[in-house]
Design a protein around this ligand. Structure first.
Ligand code: SIN
Length: 325
C-alpha cells in the first residue's frame, strides 16, 4: 500500500451503522462517527494518513442538496490542497450511484475521489465495512486512480460512477456495473486496473447546480394511464421515463409526454429494465425526446438536472450530452 494522505468525508450509511447485536435483523445507519471509524481502519493501513470530517450521519435515502454541495465543496478544496492525495466519501449504498454521478459530472479528475459503503452494519457478523474501507484506501491512495472520474468501491470491485448501480437489496455483491462491470479489482493487499485511465486531467464538465430543477421519474407499467404523467409532471422542468423494455410506454402516456416536450419540458426515455441501452429513434426525433442510452433512470435524472441547471435544454443538446456521458 502506497503512503498517502487522504481526506475522508463521512456522511453515515450502513458502513457507520450499528445493530446492537451481531445477528439482529434491523439496525440504524450513521451511528459510528468518523473518528471511531478511522481508529479502526488506521492500524490496517500503515503509512497512510487519514483525516476525517463528519459532514452528516444519515441513511442515504435522506441525502439532500445541501449535503451534496458540502461534498462537492470538500472535494473541490481537496483538489487544490497539496497535502491531500485523494478523497474517500463514506456513503450509504442506497443512493451512492446518484451522488457518484453528480460528483463525476461536476469535479475535475485531478485526484482520486472514491465512494465507499457497506451492506452490513459494523457490528454484524461478517460485516463488510472495514474491508471495503481498506480497499477504498488502496484505491484513493493510488495515483493511477486519477483520470477515471469518481469511483465506487464495494466488495472488492471498483466501479466507475457512470456504470455503477445497486442491483441487489441486501447481498454483499449488491453493486454491478453496466456497460463495464468494474474497472479494477481490489483487495486489502492488491489492486489491479483493467486498462488505462480514460479521462486524464479532465476539468469539471459542468458547474455544481445553484439549484436543482424538478425532474420526476415516471415509472411505466402495464395498465398505466396518462393521468399519472399529468400529476407527476406538474411544474417539472424535465421528466425521466423509466419505460418498459427499451424505454417504451403505453400510447396515451407517450402522447402526453410528447405534449410536455412541445411545451418545453425535456423528456428523457430510459428503461426500468436493469441492464441494456435505450437508443434514440425516429419517433424520438418526431416527439422531441432524448434517449438515456445506458444510464438507468436514477442517474439519467441527475444528468438531466445538471444539464438543465447549466442551461442545456434543447433536445439535440441534451442528447449530445447524454451521448458523451
Ligand atoms: C443507506 O443507504 O444509508 C442505507 C443502506 C446502506 O448503506 O447500505
Amino acid at each position: 500500500m502506497t503512503a498517502s494522505h487522504l481526506l475522508v468525508l463521512a456522511t453515515g450509511g450502513t458502513i457507520a451503522g450499528r445493530a446492537g447485536s451481531a445477528t439482529a435483523r434491523s439496525y440504524l445507519p450513521g451511528q459510528i462517527d468518523i473518528a471511531e471509524l478511522l481508529a479502526r481502519v488506521a492500524p490496517l493501513v500503515p503509512g497512510c494518513t487519514l483525516r476525517g470530517r463528519q459532514l452528516a450521519a444519515i441513511g442515504s435515502e435522506d441525502i439532500t442538496t445541501a449535503l451534496w454541495r458540502l461534498l462537492w465543496e470538500g472535494c473541490t478544496a481537496a483538489m487544490d490542497d497539496p497535502l491531500v492525495d485523494g478523497v474517500i466519501i463514506t456513503h450509504g449504498t442506497d443512493t451512492a450511484e446518484e451522488t457518484a454521478m453528480l460528483l463525476d459530472l461536476t469535479l475535475p479528475t485531478t485526484k482520486p475521489v472514491v465512494l465507499v459503503g457497506a451492506m452490513r452494519p459494523s457490528d454484524a457478523v461478517g460485516s463488510d465495512g472495514l474491508r471495503n474501507f481498506v480497499n477504498a484506501v488502496q484505491v484513493a491512495g493510488d495515483a493511477a486512480a486519477a483520470g477515471r472520474g469518481v469511483l465506487l468501491v464495494m466488495g472488492d470491485k471498483v466501479l466507475a460512477a457512470r456504470d455503477a448501480r445497486k442491483a441487489r437489496t441486501s447481498s454483499l455483491d449488491a453493486f454491478r456495473g453496466y456497460p463495464r462491470d468494474g474497472v479494477a479489482l481490489v483487495t486489502p493487499h492488491s489492486l489491479d486496473w483493467f486498462g488505462a485511465p480514460w479521462a486524464v486531467d479532465r476539468p469539471a464538465r459542468y458547474g455544481f447546480p445553484e439549484r436543482f430543477p424538478r425532474v420526476p421519474v415516471l415509472y411505466a407499467h402495464a395498465q398505466m394511464d396518462a393521468a399519472a404523467v399529468t400529476a407527476l409532471a406538474r411544474d417539472a422542468a424535465g421528466v425521466v421515463l423509466a419505460g418498459v423494455g427499451e424505454g417504451n410506454a403505453p400510447q396515451d402516456v407517450r402522447r402526453c409526454l410528447a405534449g410536455l416536450a412541445r411545451a418545453g419540458v425535456v423528456v428523457v426515455r430510459s428503461s426500468r429494465v436493469d441492464e441494456g441501452a435505450v437508443e434514440r429513434d425516429e419517433r424520438d426525433e418526431a416527439d422531441g425526446f432524448v434517449a438515456a442510452r445506458t444510464l438507468g433512470p436514477a442517474k439519467a435524472r441527475i444528468v438531466l438536472q445538471v444539464l438543465l441547471a447549466s442551461g442545456v435544454r434543447d433536445p439535440a443538446g441534451v442528447q449530445r450530452a447524454f451521448d458523451a456521458c
